[in-house]
Design a protein around this ligand. Sequence first.
Ligand SMILES: C[S@@+](CC[C@H](N)C(=O)[O-])C[C@H]1O[C@@H](n2cnc3c(N)ncnc32)[C@H](O)[C@@H]1O
Length: 204
Amino acid sequence: MTGKKTNNKYVSDHYSRQAKKDDFPARSVYKLKEIQQKLQIIKQGDKVLDLGCAPGSWTKFAGELVGEKGLVIGIDQKAISERFPTHVHIMTGDVIVLAEKDADDLAGLIGEGFHAVLSDMAPSTTGRKEVDAARSYYLCRAALTIAGKILEPGGFFVCKIFQGEDFNEFVNKVAGDFEQHKIFKPQSCRKESKEIYIIGLGKK
Ligand SMILES: C[S@@+](CC[C@H](N)C(=O)[O-])C[C@H]1O[C@@H](n2cnc3c(N)ncnc32)[C@H](O)[C@@H]1O
């Protein structure tokens, strides 16, 4: 390893190595771990929907938190090679398409009465911050639309967004749909990244 401890590359390497040690397919698991530690969103027996779940770290961690009496459904447009226990189900599909379904069709496809909807979705990036942020916002709106249809009252929403000009508009949307909201940047996020998490607590 090269670089000082304060060098962000070093920190990134630390989380990637730790993920390998802890047997998670991606370093992103530590972002959800920090959110969970702070807000205890997911409980034993919960039903959780994880949007943009590949390669499967959040899904695996959520599966551990809900236990075998709970249920986790992970959806991604990419196939996933990770193996999960039987209370964790993976579907391959486009969340944008799913968001266009009405509540009954969604319930038929993925179920209803979820306690938490998570979205760690990220668009393919172009390097142009405003384009990437606009694409991210589009995914966030789809995630919030789905949450509006399948989350039970009191439920939770965790959503990654790339900060850009639509950020405040999205925060206002979440604030309108939930009793409380929080904006949180986990320490395990790469410092140079514009990503941040908006968390809705208590669906109205
Ligand atoms: C940062 S990764 C998620 C990492 C995951 N939370 C984990 O811990 O393993 C972002 C994911 O969003 C997915 N994604 C982006 N747009 C999507 C869409 N429209 N529908 C489904 N998945 C999408 C990508 O395929 C990618 O796998």
